[in-house]
Design a protein. Structure first.
Length: 246
């Protein structure tokens, strides 16, 4: 792929390249450890016999496979265009029009030193599902916050009108394991009427549906991982609008 306009997706906007993430860093670290171990076993194997030499060779082969995988990953590219994405991985090229996206799952994680001190580092992962049912995972190696903002902007533009129409027409609107309708919020075949919903919060990667007039222990009517909800920001926008007008 070159940084040129696309015949279907239009004007070229930006190219995203792989970064050294925690996942990729682990693979690189294991590869170097195997190489060092292989060298040490080879040197020890000279006076001690064939066992160390065989072990050295096995570790070197594994390190070679991992090194090839690293090179493969670093070749991945994501091209952002005015009307969609082109994801070029080691084994295929995926062309995604924003108008074909029906669901977006997103996940982010902040890292802390000793679980206390913020490192300032956040990783992101996005899973895209299109109308034909195909799913594409953009993991932390290539996914960035900027990409997520662009995806959510396009989702609002293409999906929000039809979802609002369905809601106003009395239909259920699905967001994964949570469904909303004029009756309220439903999950696991249990519905919480809008008049009983206090608010919806997100904290530490989890979504909390708070219930009115409840004790401290049962204030959270429902708690789930943010990553289980697709089209998260559309869900938040629609539910907050309903709650403001209830």
């Amino acid at each position: 792929m070159s940084q040129r306009n696309h015949p279907i997706l239009g004007k070229f906007v930006k190219e995203f390249k792989p970064k050294i993430s925690r996942e990729l860093g682990k693979i690189i670290g294991i590869t170097f450890c195997l190489i060092l171990f292989s060298i040490s076993q080879f040197l020890l194997g000279l006076p001690q016999g064939s066992v160390s030499l065989i072990l050295s060779l096995v570790c070197l082969i594994i390190a070679g496979v991992l090194a090839y995988r690293i090179i493969d990953i670093l070749k991945d590219r994501l091209f952002l265009y005015e009307k969609g994405l082109v994801y070029q991985s080691s084994n295929k090229i995926s062309i995604i029009s924003f108008s074909d996206i029906v669901a977006l799952w997103q996940y982010s994680a902040k890292y802390y030193l000793y679980f206390i001190i913020p490192t300032g580092r956040t990783t992101y992962e996005y899973t895209i599902q299109t109308k034909d049912g195909n799913r594409i995972i953009l993991d932390e190696i290539i996914a960035k916050e900027e990409l997520g903002k662009h995806l959510n902007y396009e989702l609002f533009k293409h999906l929000m009108p039809s979802l609002k129409f369905n809601y106003n027409a009395g239909k259920e609107v699905f967001f994964g394991e949570i469904t909303i309708s004029k009756h309220g919020i439903k999950t696991k075949n249990v519905t919480l009427p809008w008049l009983e919903v206090e608010r919806i919060d997100i904290s530490a990667g989890k979504l909390y549906i708070r219930k009115k007039n409840s004790g401290w222990l049962d204030k959270n009517w429902y708690v789930t991982e943010v990553s289980t909800i697709y089209n998260l920001y559309i869900f938040l926008e629609m539910t907050n609008t309903v709650l403001e007008n209830t």
